[in-house]
Design a protein around this ligand. Structure first.
Ligand SMILES: C[S@@+](CC[C@H](N)C(=O)[O-])C[C@H]1O[C@@H](n2cnc3c(N)ncnc32)[C@H](O)[C@@H]1O
Length: 268
């Protein structure tokens, strides 16, 4: 079934070679298995996006980054609230393609939000700027970065480590740069930006003790969120080791406003 999905999903050769299609299919399968465990997280995310939409005076275009299957983001709400909704991801599986077809104002853009594809395939010496294309969309009144920030560096880091250590090493600190570039890209939009992201991964042993805790944002810190919650990413039955993986997640209704208030508090 998953092999058929891999063969039948529209995706470029680069996306297939770099493992993004395989990752998206396995994420879809995990999301289906963990539906109940992820429900509270998805409800939190929907509430943050709904609050971001509610405060807007103008609702022309909404761009969703890392749209995936649009589980975290309410597509019907966006489709009825905005004239145009643009879903951006490196790969769009069939379930979201079919959902998008049901709305005449929803379109899909396939884009590497890290700008690392050419670097990883040894066609460029550094990262490209994916935001140039996004800023060109125009009339944007809301951008939602939908739980992709922590995901963006994972694929490039693995590939750089395994296959091209010396070449990708031309971009020192690749993971941190990718996280920083995404946040810097979000700051370039003149409109409201709603940010959903997980920040920390915690592994809990069968006896309830924390066995591992690591930062998912490569040392990049964020301002205080509007809301934070725990997301049971992988319950014990999913990990197979008896351990449970919980992520700390955050929601920002208006990321720019949160950053400005952090700046104001830290100013001399
Ligand atoms: C945790 S999922 C987000 C889930 C999604 N918001 C939803 O509601 O279903 C992370 C998403 O980031 C996307 N992603 C990972 N690397 C990417 C890249 N380099 N460029 C664009 N999207 C990427 C994945 O394809 C995936 O859809």
């Amino acid at each position: 079934m998953e092999i058929a999905e891999w063969l039948l999903t529209p995706a470029s050769l680069d996306v297939r070679r770099l493992g993004y299609l395989t990752a998206a299919i396995s994420l879809r399968a995990r999301a289906a298995r963990c539906r109940g465990d992820w429900a509270a997280h998805e409800a939190q995310c929907h509430a943050i996006v709904a609050a971001a939409v509610a405060g807007l005076a103008s609702r022309r275009t909404c761009i969703v980054l890392g749209s995936g299957l649009m589980r975290d983001v309410p597509l019907p709400l966006l489709a009825r609230s905005f004239e145009r909704v643009v879903l951006v991801d490196i790969v769009h599986l069939w379930p979201i393609r079919l959902k998008a077809l049901a709305h005449r104002n929803v379109e899909l853009v396939s884009l590497d939000l890290t700008g690392s594809t050419d670097l990883l395939l040894k066609r460029a010496p550094g990262l490209s700027d994916p935001f140039l294309r996004l800023l060109d969309i125009g009339d944007t009144d809301l951008v939602v970065s939908a739980n992709c920030l922590s995901q963006l560096p994972i694929g490039p880091a693995v590939i750089a480590e395994r296959r091209h250590r010396s070449y990708a090493g031309r971009v020192p600190d690749l993971e941190r740069r990718i996280v920083q570039n995404h946040l810097a890209g979000l700051r370039r939009f003149p409109c409201r930006v709603c940010l959903l992201t997980d920040t920390v991964s915690i592994t809990i042993g069968p006896d309830g003790t924390v066995t591992d805790r690591h930062d998912l944002l490569a040392g990049v810190t964020l301002p205080e969120p509007d809301a934070h919650w725990s997301w049971t990413l992988a319950p014990a039955r999913e990990t197979g080791t008896g351990e449970t993986i919980v992520h700390e997640a955050r929601g920002y209704i208006d990321f720019g406003a949160r950053e400005r208030s952090r700046g104001a508090r830290t100013a001399p």
